[in-house]
Design a protein. Structure first.
Ligand code: ACO
Ligand code: PYR
Length: 524
């Protein structure tokens, strides 16, 4: 088994992605999670760049990681000064990080046009910077920026820069496809060349501008790289970096002869991916390979039919091997097998006539604008209504929602009148808008009888106009996502010409789903 080192740069290159912004606490939490997972190196940031990154290293130094080596990132010394005079070097030294990652120029074009120093001065900058940190007892990883572009332009010069870094004591020579424009066969050719030319282990760092970052990382490994740099979920500058989730899953599960994370299981990858999204306060990418919610979601009727018979007929790996789960979606593309899969989940008898009725109803409702893919909870309630097993927990007598403005901020108020166990509950609530006010009034009306409702919250609300060509008669589809205290999320849907009614229907389904869950938990 060839062991492949995993170097995570979510906290540095990942933070260079548009829309990604970590607080100091976020960075520490992610570092600790990556440490638990056992990634080999965690690049914590660029201490010269901002006080938050500098402070990150102080926090980690005070409470060191158990498994991973922490790396501080910086560039080679500035032109015309010694490393000891350069404030960037001082900040790296002050970080106390045991590993210093130094980025330097490989491309003669960048040396001349961007850095504007002589080719020899650039080589001196690389060699002196690395030698300085090695002399101070630090281990150095060298990130060769624009490595592939540089070698293509002037192979002799590019190789000289890499050898200078290796000779100065860098422990890894990492070949960066900084602009993300290199093809896999070029990656393979140059990694092979460099692995034979320098006497240090070679690494690969790729960007996703051609949607090839993961493929290029794997091509680099096959050509001799033993160290892969990337980010969780592929966050990063422009189109992002290689997604380490996919890199690790491919190396551990799909390719032969490689070992990552000390041979540990990969069944925590879905949890790790979602943890980082949560900390970054970003929505999950549903189509993300291996760990996305759609990665093992089956929609086409023929697919579901086959998966019901043999799971791997439409799956390249078992979803559990990466901690993900199989899902069956219900839509107009469904056959009886999709419905059967859901009915089995709900413990309903296999009944061909019932399945056909449900299928007909789904096709009819989708025709009206319903969509159940993101509203599995509404679908589950629909199945129970058709099967005659649905017992509502409350009945609507009436609701009312109004918004009033007298020139200032609008005020919204809602009242709901319900029958709960034959008792009338009539409640009023204010809110930021009509749906928020209706949600508040509904909770007030139900909380005495169903205290568990306090554990759930509405986390997303989406509205879509669905037949806009019909002008004023257009319907709207409302999808509400709710989350329980145990982390379970569920979607519900409502469709109506009136947005308040569509929202009310989705809201009621959400409450009914939670109450049905509570009844099941109580053995009801
Ligand atoms: C490929 C990568 O992702 S590399 C990492 C990129 N990440 C970042 O840039 C994020 C953090 N960066 C920062 O906070 C800032 O850019 C700093 C603090 C590093 C530098 O800020 P400033 O001193 O204001 O410089 P600025 O960002 O405008 O320009 C970069 C300077 O570094 C020089 N430089 C660039 N690369 C190198 C290098 N490898 N070695 C030495 N100097 C370099 C440039 O020539 C320029 O100096 P100049 O203005 O004297 O020509
Ligand atoms: C070092 C780095 O982030 C790059 O070259 O892309």
């Amino acid at each position: 088994m060839q062991r492949i080192e995993i170097y995570d740069t979510t906290l540095r290159d990942g933070a260079q992605g548009e829309g990604v912004n970590f607080s100091l606490d976020d960075k520490v939490l992610i570092a600790r999670r990556l440490d638990e997972v056992g990634v080999d190196f965690i690049e914590g940031g660029y201490p010269l760049s901002n006080p938050k990154d500098a402070e990150f290293f102080q926090r980690i130094a005070a409470e060191p990681l158990a498994n991973s080596q922490v790396c501080a990132f910086g560039m080679t010394r500035r032109r015309g000064m010694t490393p000891a005079e350069d404030p960037g070097m001082k900040s790296l030294m002050d970080s106390q990080a045991p590993v210093i990652t130094i980025v330097g120029k490989t491309s003669a074009f960048h040396v001349e046009e961007v850095l504007r120093v002589s080719e020899q001065e650039n080589i001196d900058m690389i060699a002196e910077t690395i030698a300085y940190f090695v002399g101070e007892g630090r281990r150095v990883i060298y990130d060769a920026e624009h490595c592939f572009d540089g070698l293509k332009l002037n192979e002799e010069y590019g190789l000289k820069t890499l050898k200078a870094a290796a000779d100065a004591g860098a422990m890894r020579i990492v070949m960066c496809d900084t602009n993300g424009g290199t093809m896999p066969e070029e990656i393979a050719r140059y990694v092979n060349l460099v692995a034979g030319a320098v006497d240090k282990p070679v690494g690969i760092h790729t960007h996703n501008d051609c949607e090839l970052a993961v493929a290029n990382s794997l091509a680099g490994v096959d050509a001799g790289a033993t160290h892969v740099q990337g980010t969780i979920n592929g966050f990063g500058e422009r189109c992002g970096n290689a997604d380490l989730i996919s890199v690790m899953a491919n190396l551990a599960l799909k390719k032969q002869g490689y070992e990552v994370l000390g041979g540990a299981q990969t069944d925590h990858l879905t949890e790790l991916s979602r943890y980082v999204y949560e900390i970054a306060n970003m929505g999950y990418r549903t189509s993300q390979p291996f760990v996305g919610a759609s990665a093992f979601a089956h929609k086409g009727g023929m697919h579901v039919h086959a998966v019901n018979r043999v799971a791997h007929s439409y799956e390249h790996i078992p979803p559990e091997s990466v901690g993900n789960e199989r899902r069956v979606l219900v839509s107009e593309l469904s056959g009886r097998s999709n419905i059967l899969a859901m009915a089995t989940k709900l413990n309903l008898q296999e009944d061909k006539e019932l399945m056909d009725r449900i299928l007909r109803e789904v096709v009819e409702l989708e025709n009206q604008g319903y969509q159940f893919e993101a509203a599995e909870a509404s679908f589950a309630l629909l199945v129970q209504r058709i099967a005659g097993t649905f017992a509502p927990h409350f009945e609507l007598v009436k609701y009312h929602a109004s918004t009033e403005s007298r020139g200032g901020s609008p005020l919204t108020e809602a009242t709901v009148k319900l029958l709960v166990d034959d008792e009338v509950q009539h409640r009023v609530a204010e809110g930021d808008g009509p749906i928020n006010a209706l949600d508040g009034a509904l909770r007030k009306a139900l909380k005495g009888r169903f205290p568990a409702l306090q554990q759930m919250q509405l986390v997303d609300y989406k509205v879509r106009v669905i037949n806009s060509e019909a002008a004023t008669a257009a319907s709207v589809r409302v999808i509400i996502e709710s989350r329980d205290a145990d982390g379970e999320t569920w979607g519900t849907v409502g469709v109506n010409e009136n947005i308040i009614q569509a929202s009310w229907d989705a809201l009621v389904d959400s409450f009914e789903y939670k109450l049905a869950k509570e009844s099941r938990a109580a053995g009801g």
